[in-house]
Design a protein around this ligand. Structure first.
Ligand code: NOJ
Ligand code: MG
Length: 571
C-alpha cells in the first residue's frame, strides 16, 4: 500500500456532545458519558472523532457561540474530563478533532463585552462596528445582520445570530488570539480541527447590498410554498443572492495558509477540515486545508446513480487538477441536516436505502464522515410543539410566521419543526429503556428522545441482532479497513448510463475491487465481463447486503438483488 496519511484512510464519526451520552444524569450529554461509550465506537470500527463544540457557551447556538475558547462547558465536565476523554480515545487508536469557530464569538465572550463597552477600549476594534447599517444584509438565522449597541451608539455585524458577533479578522490581535486558542488544544494533543463556517470570515469589502425583494423569514416561507419549477428556481436564486455578498470575501486563502502553518508546527499530521464544499480551500493541495466536504452530494434531493456519477466526475476532476492533488471527503449527515435515514428514504424502502447510502459513503474514494446515530438508523424527529423546540432559529421562525406573516399557528409549528435542526440532534438511542438509555429514567432530557428507540432503533437491541443495521455498519467498516483498494484506489465508473444501479471500480497498485449499488427495487442480471479491468478474471465476493450462496462469481452474469450492496475483488 502506498503511504497515505491517517486522515485519508480514517473513518470519522461526529459526536454532538449535548446529545451523545449523559454520564451525570442531568439530561445533557457530557464527557463522562462519551468516555463510557468509547468502547461502542471502537467496536463500530471508526478511526477518528469530530467533536462538535465543547466550549463554554450561552448556548443560543449550542456551542457555536463560544464564550471561552480555552475552557470546557461546565455541563460537559472539566478540562480534566476532556483530557481523560482524549487519552482514552487515543488509547483506543481513535483520533480526535475539535470544532474551531473562527468567524464569531458569543456576545457574552469577555472580548465582546469589552469591545462593546466603549469606542476606545483596547478591544474596540476586535469586532465589526459601524455608525449606521451600511446595507440591507440579513443574519442567516433571523433578522438584520446589524445590531445596535447603545454604549457605543453603533452597530455590529453578525452573519449568524445577534448573539454571535463577527470578529474583525483584519485586526492582527484577533488573529493572534485565535491562533493561540488553536495552539492550546493542539498542545494538549488533539489531532486537528473542523473549521466552522470559514466562508463567512470575510465579506464583500464594498458592502454591496443584496437585491432580494424580501426578508429572510419571507424567503423561507416562499420556499415552503413554491410549487412550480419556475417558482422553485426563483427562490433558489433568491437564496443564493441574499447572502452572496456576505461570504467568500478576499483574504480567506491567505488566512487559511497562515492557519496551516500553525498546524504544521506540530508533529503527527494534524488535520484541517473546512466546513465548505469549495475545493479552492485546498490551495495547491498542500498549503491550505487538507479536506473540504463534498456537500453537493449531500445536498441532492434524491441520490440516484446518475447524480452520483456526475458528482464524482466533477469533484474528482477538480481535485486532480490541483498542483499537488487533493483528497475527497464524503458525508451524508451532520448536526445541521436532516438525517440520512429520513432524508434519502422514499417512505417505502427507507431501511434498504439507508444501507445503500451508508455503503456509498464508505466505498467512494475519499474520507468518510458518519454522524452519531446513523449506525443504528436514527431518524428525524419533528417537534411540533413550539415550546419544546431548542434550536433558536426555529423558535424565531415560528414567531415570525405567526406574528408577522400571519400564518396559522398549527401550520407554523409544523414548518418550524421541519426546518429546526432539533429533528436531527435528538439524544443517542443506547437501549430500549426509559430515555433510550441516554439519561437515567425520570430525568428530563434537554431535547426530546425519539420514541422509536422502543422499536429496535437502539444500540443494545441491534448488537444482539446479526442482521441489524449496526452489525451491517461494523461489517462494512471492517471490510473497508482490510481492502486497500477501497482505501486508496482510483475511482473508475462503469455502466455509465445505468439508471437503476451505480457500479464502479476502485483500483490500487495491487488490488482491483468492484462495487455495485442497486438503487432499484428490481433484481438485476449484470455483465461486467467486457470491462478491461475485469475481462478474463473472476469476482470474489468481499461483502454483500444479501444472502449469497456462492463466493466466486463469473462476471458475465452477476445477479444483484433489489437494493443490494455488492463488493467483490477482481482476481
Ligand atoms: C455551522 C455550524 O455547523 C452550525 O451548526 C452553526 O449554527 C453555524 N456554523 C454557526 O456557527
Ligand atoms: Mg450530563
Amino acid at each position: 500500500m502506498t503511504k497515505l496519511k491517517w486522515w485519508q484512510t480514517a473513518v470519522f464519526y461526529q459526536i454532538y456532545p449535548r446529545s451523545f451520552a449523559d454520564g451525570d444524569g442531568d439530561g445533557i450529554g457530557d464527557f463522562k458519558g462519551i468516555i463510557q461509550k468509547l468502547d461502542h465506537l471502537q467496536d463500530l470500527g471508526i478511526d477518528a472523532i469530530w467533536l462538535s463544540p465543547h466550549f463554554p457557551s450561552p448556548n443560543w447556538d449550542f456551542g457555536y457561540d463560544i464564550s471561552d475558547y480555552l475552557g470546557v462547558a461546565p455541563e460537559y465536565g472539566t478540562l480534566d474530563d476532556f483530557k481523560t476523554f482524549l487519552a482514552e480515545s487515543h488509547q483506543r487508536n481513535i483520533r480526535v478533532i475539535l470544532d474551531l469557530v473562527l468567524n464569531h464569538t458569543s456576545d457574552q465572550h469577555p472580548w465582546f463585552l469589552e469591545s462593546k463597552s466603549s469606542r476606545d477600549n483596547p478591544k474596540a476594534d476586535w469586532y465589526v462596528w459601524v455608525d449606521e447599517p451600511p446595507n440591507n444584509w440579513q443574519s442567516c438565522f433571523d433578522g438584520d445582520a446589524w445590531t445596535y449597541v447603545p454604549e457605543r451608539d453603533q452597530y455590529y455585524y453578525h452573519y449568524f445570530m445577534k448573539q454571535q458577533p463577527d470578529l474583525n479578522w483584519h485586526n492582527l490581535e484577533v488573529k493572534q488570539a485565535l491562533w493561540d486558542a488553536a495552539r492550546f488544544w493542539l498542545d494538549l494533543g488533539v489531532d486537528g480541527y473542523r473549521l466552522d463556517a470559514i466562508g463567512t470570515i470575510f465579506e464583500d469589502p464594498n458592502l454591496t447590498p443584496h437585491n432580494v425583494p424580501m426578508k429572510l423569514a419571507e424567503l423561507r416561507r416562499a420556499s415552503e410554498l413554491a410549487q412550480s419549477p419556475a417558482q422553485k428556481k426563483k427562490v433558489e436564486k433568491y437564496w443564493r443572492d441574499m447572502f452572496k455578498n456576505q461570504i467568500g470575501g478576499p483574504g480567506l486563502h491567505d488566512l487559511m495558509k497562515e492557519l496551516r502553518a500553525v498546524i504544521d508546527e506540530y508533529n503527527g499530521d494534524r488535520v484541517l477540515i473546512g466546513e465548505d464544499e469549495n475545493i479552492d480551500f485546498l490551495g495547491n493541495g498542500d498549503d491550505e486545508l487538507h479536506l473540504v466536504f463534498n456537500f453537493p452530494l449531500a445536498d441532492l434531493d434524491r441520490i440516484t446513480p446518475r447524480q452520483i456519477r456526475r458528482n464524482q466526475r466533477e469533484r474528482i476532476a477538480r481535485l486532480k487538477r490541483l498542483p499537488k492533488g487533493g483528497w475527497a471527503c464524503n458525508t451524508l449527515g451532520n448536526h445541521d441536516r436532516s438525517r440520512l435515514h429520513s432524508r434519502y428514504g422514499d417512505k417505502i424502502h427507507d431501511a434498504a436505502l439507508a444501507r445503500l447510502n451508508a455503503a456509498l459513503v464508505l466505498t467512494l474514494r475519499g474520507t468518510p464522515f458518519l454522524y452519531y446515530g446513523e449506525e443504528i438508523g436514527m431518524t428525524d424527529l419533528i417537534i411540533t410543539d413550539p415550546a419544546r423546540l431548542r434550536d433558536t432559529m426555529a423558535t424565531w421562525y415560528y414567531e415570525r410566521l405567526v406574528n408577522e406573516l400571519k400564518v396559522d399557528p398549527a401550520e407554523a409549528a409544523l414548518r418550524a419543526g421541519e426546518m429546526s435542526r432539533d429533528k436531527n440532534r435528538t439524544p443517542m438511542q443506547w437501549s430500549n429503556s426509559p430515555n433510550a438509555g441516554f439519561s437515567p429514567p425520570g430525568v428530563e432530557t434537554w431535547l426530546r428522545v425519539n420514541p422509536n428507540y422502543k422499536d429496535g432503533i437502539n444500540v443494545r437491541d441491534q448488537e444482539h441482532n446479526p442482521n441489524s443495521l449496526l452489525n451491517y455498519y461494523k461489517h462494512l467498516l471492517r471490510v473497508r479497513k482490510h481492502t486497500p483498494a477501497l482505501l486508496e484506489g482510483d475511482y473508475i465508473p462503469l455502466h455509465n448510463t445505468a439508471k437503476d444501479h451505480f457500479a464502479f471500480i476502485r483500483k490500487s497498485n495491487d488490488q482491483t475491487v468492484l462495487v455495485v449499488l442497486n438503487y432499484s427495487d428490481s433484481k438485476l442480471d449484470l455483465d461486467f465481463s467486457r470491462n478491461k479491468e475485469i475481462k478474463g478474471k473472476s469476482l470474489h465476493t468481499l461483502f454483500s447486503s444479501a444472502v449469497r450462496s456462492r463466493v466466486d462469481l463469473d462476471p458475465k452474469s452477476i445477479h444483484i438483488g433489489a437494493f443490494e450492496v455488492f463488493i467483490a475483488e477482481v482476481k
